[in-house]
Design a protein around this ligand. Structure first.
Ligand code: NI
Length: 166
């Protein structure tokens, strides 16, 4: 396994539409997932999409508590009209955080490392992470989703403020 370099905003790999993965069970994908898991743990993040490690493929990992999920060729659908405003950061935009409106609940489906179809529903932070990582597969950063850029700042500076309530 290896800790991979993380692409930062401005690199073209983060701006395109990532390609479907033909075979999630291939040795190359097995190694990529292992390396991404190690990279995510090292960075202390909760989600990592393949384009962020210079692989323009439809794959991301996210943590839900102690559980690490792997999702190939994901599809997300918002469940209902309810939205939530919440803080997000991104390993490709180090040092910054911003408040982003996201669907409060989503249904997701895709394929796991064994190539099995998997699906589920998510709310709260998991719904937010899923939407954030899925955006990376389509060249979208959370900054592009922000409606009020006054809610963007450096993490160190934001820590001085009492967290504003929605
Ligand atoms: Ni990100």
């Amino acid at each position: 396994m290896a800790i991979l370099k993380i692409a930062r905003m401005g690199h073209p790999v983060l701006l395109g539409r990532a390609a479907e993965v033909a075979d999630p069970t291939s040795p190359e994908m097995r190694r990529l997932v292992a390396d991404m898991a190690e990279t995510l743990a090292d960075a202390g993040g909760i989600g990592l999409a393949a384009p962020q490690v210079y692989q323009p493929l439809r794959l991301f990992l996210w943590r839900d508590g102690a559980e690490l999920h792997v999702l190939f060729n994901p599809e997300l659908v918002p469940l209902g009209p309810e939205t939530e405003l919440g803080w997000e950061g991104c390993l490709s935009i180090p040092g910054l955080r911003g408040r982003v409106t996201r669907a409060a609940r989503v249904a997701w489906r895709g394929f796991d490392q064994e190539g099995r179809a998997v699906s589920g529903e998510a709310s709260g932070i998991s719904a937010r992470v899923l939407q954030h990582e899925n955006d990376h597969l389509n060249g979208v950063f959370y900054l592009m989703r922000m409606e009020d850029l006054s809610l963007l700042g450096f993490t160190e500076e934001l820590a001085r403020l009492a967290e504003p309530q929605p």
